[in-house]
Design a protein around this ligand. Structure first.
Ligand code: 6R9
Length: 656
């Protein structure tokens, strides 16, 4: 099967499914257009209505948008609310006994938690946080496996107004350390171990290692959720057990009412420089984005069993596990394990077992499951499914078609949702049952989202011409700033040449066809998308050059069948270029080194050695040449500005 084909040659169109549109929340294209028109004509009125309708306000707002200091926009900023109240308390009178979370562990055990139970757990844990002197505005790092407690931890922070910063459980001690330090966290919430794919991985030991790296004096408590009962070391003055600190706490906790603009969380993501950015989100605007997308894009119904497979360590797990589904009162699945354990039918088995209606996953997972068992879905009863979703990277049309036919049995619409950590919630996505689908296109912007494609001067490009994907008007769920770095926020997302510094620059390139459909082409900066995870090439390069034997390194991406992109590292050693078995040994060492520095997801797939890197006379590394070399293609580009053309031959050679 040709996996990465040019989406621009894609001409198939899948008309809306009548059966679906009859019951859809937005039931026809005219309604969609009317919403878009409302937003166009009365932008503030449009958002005001949404915010009043979907959010429970403790104190209603009187101002919709404050644009006095662009790009530091504020939404609904004299209103007060609490996010956990909006996700839990609001359901206590209407549906306390409805299951909020169905948790399935790696080895297949199932735990149900109702809205009443979840509320009590959150209150109790929130009280425990308060007893540890954690209060509004404090930062709390969460480094946990997928479990009910992880959601409880996030919701409890929101309840007391503490700012959570979740770090993906697959990140290394070094990455965790950087994030704890940058956030100035007062506490870290973790588990003894994480269980995935039949393997136990230490989490607490990694937290110990991260804190021991120093500069983390702000951390006063480490809270440990006992998952496996593994032997771990306990620092008596700092470490406490989750089950012990909640023991005597009340299961009622008055929410801390916060301003609409109060920071709900920060989440670190890769950018084009070495240091991850602490993307900072608001309370009300962010919540609103997650709620309306649950209704519009996921067409949420109270009978749904919703399953977003993303880890809470990524934004998708924030918006479509912890916040969106709970705010609308859904029943959702949280799965601890991996798609391939005990076998590649695990996802299909879970869908069958829990009668999942709405399934949201990433193209990388779909591609790996195609490879492992193209016909496996047929062995399961997937008739409960009514809607499929995709997120994280462009989905190639062939994977789309397989997903549509084999998983969705040709009757479930696929919502290909384009958005980012920085946008907080869906931006471009089809309204299911309404918008005709084109495999590989995320289709049309949501009402109120003014997405456009512009050139480097910020002017609209001609239809069909590629360019920078921007959003021209501020929207409620957008990033507010970068933690501790407002200057970098401005430069990165609101460069002056883009609409006088008012367009949000996404960092993606895209194309828009004659029907107004968006086709995402990839990143314009040095960011790789590996298995739907954003990794900066600079991050990996800094990790490589931190190795005592490495003098210089350049990292590029290369299209990969399953992962979307694979990581190719070009390395110059301080000593001579290694050869033969020595080279293989060093490659292994470097790969493990990067895994330790950043996390296993950042391991280079290939390493190539050279005496130098291709550079211009002014010393700039010519990355486009490296990309061509990585793909194994002939160099046809102009190399006249290259200082050292001989180096190219040497770099052809890959050591896997
Ligand atoms: C939600 C999330 C964001 C980057 C984004 C883009 C890529 C995400 C996509 C997509 C094509 C889609 N991306 N969804 N590309 N089609 N449906 O993934 O956030 O981790 O911040 O990554 O992912 O390149 O800029 P995040």
């Amino acid at each position: 099967m040709p996996i990465i084909e040019s989406v621009l040659n894609e001409t198939r169109v899948f008309p809306p499914n009548k059966e679906f549109s009859e019951h859809a929340n937005i039931s026809n294209i005219a309604e969609y257009r009317a919403l878009c028109m409302q937003a166009q004509e009365d932008y503030l009125g449009f958002w005001e209505k949404q915010a009043r309708e979907h959010i429970l306000w403790h104190k209603p707002f009187t101002r919709v948008l404050d644009e006095a200091n662009p790009p530091f926009f504020k939404w609904f900023d004299d209103g007060e609310l609490n996010i956990s109240f909006n996700c839990l308390d609001r359901h206590l009178t209407t549906q306390p006994d409805k299951t909020a979370i169905i948790f399935e562990s790696d080895d297949g055990q199932v735990i149900h938690s109702t809205y009443r139970d979840l509320h009590q757990r959150v209150c109790q844990f929130a009280n425990a946080l308060k007893s540890l002197n954690i209060c509004k505005g404090n930062r709390v790092v969460i480094y946990m496996p997928m479990c009910i407690e992880a959601v409880v931890a996030m919701q409890a922070c929101a309840r007391i107004g503490a700012i959570h910063s979740v770090v993906f459980g697959g990140f290394s001690a070094k990455s965790l350390h950087e994030r704890i330090k940058d956030a100035g966290a007062v506490a870290v919430i973790t588990a003894d171990e994480q269980v995935r794919g039949g393997r136990n991985n230490p989490l607490k030991a990694t937290v110990d290692e991260a804190i021991a790296r120093g500069g983390t004096e702000s951390v006063k408590s480490v809270i440990i959720y006992k998952r496996t009962g593994a032997n771990i070391s306990i620092e008596a003055t700092r470490d406490v057990w989750w089950h012990e600190i909640i023991q005597n706490e009340n299961t009622v906790c008055e929410p801390e009412w916060v301003n609409a603009e109060h920071t709900l969380f920060t989440l670190y993501t890769s950018g084009s420089t070495g240091k991850p950015k602490g993307v900072q989100h608001s309370s009300a605007g962010y919540l609103l984005g997650t709620i309306i997308s649950m209704h519009w894009v996921f067409d949420y119904k109270s009978t749904d069993i919703f399953w977003c497979t993303a880890d809470i360590g990524w934004v998708t797990g924030h918006s479509y596990v912890t916040y969106g589904p709970l705010a609308v009162g859904a029943t959702q699945i949280i799965f601890e394990g991996t798609p391939t354990y005990p076998d590649a039918g695990r996802f299909w088995e879970i869908i069958q077992k829990h009668k999942v209606t709405t399934f949201y996953t990433a193209p990388t997972a779909i591609r790996s499951l195609i490879k492992l068992g193209p016909d496996l879905p047929e062995k399961y009863d997937l008739s409960s499914l009514r809607l499929l979703g995709s997120v994280g990277e462009p989905i190639n049309p062939e994977a789309w078609i397989w997903y549509y036919n084999k998983v969705g049995r040709a009757h479930c619409p696929i919502v290909d949702t384009w958005w980012q950590t920085e946008t907080g919630s869906h931006m471009i996505a089809p309204l299911p049952g309404i918008v005709p689908l084109k495999p590989g296109s995320c289709t049309l912007p949501l009402p109120g989202i003014f997405a456009a494609i512009v050139d480097e001067t910020g002017h609209d490009v001609e239809t069909g011409e590629g360019g920078f994907l921007v959003i021209k008007r501020p929207f409620p769920s957008q990033v507010r700033t970068l933690w501790g770095n407002p200057e970098r926020f401005k430069e990165t997302y609101f460069p002056i040449e883009m609409g006088h510094g008012r367009y949000y620059l996404s960092g993606d390139s895209a194309n828009c066809d004659q029907d107004g459909y968006f086709w995402i082409m990839g990143r314009i900066d040095d960011v790789l998308n590996v298995s739907g995870h954003r990794l900066g090439t600079m991050e990996i390069e800094s990790a490589l050059v931190a190795h005592p034997l490495v003098a210089e390194a350049a990292v590029v991406g290369k299209p990969h069948e399953i992962k979307g992109e694979s990581i190719i590292a070009f390395v110059v050693m301080k000593d001579q270029c290694p050869q033969g078995t020595a080279a293989i040994q060093i490659v292994n060492e470097l790969r493990n080194w990067v895994a330790k520095e950043i996390g296993p997801i950042a391991k280079p797939d290939e390493v190539r050695f050279g005496d130098n890197l291709p550079k211009t006379r002014s010393g700039k590394i010519m990355r486009r040449l490296l990309r061509t070399l990585a793909k194994g293609e002939e160099i046809t580009q102009d190399t006249s500005t290259l200082e050292n053309p001989a180096i190219l031959d040497q770099l052809q050679q890959a050591i896997k």
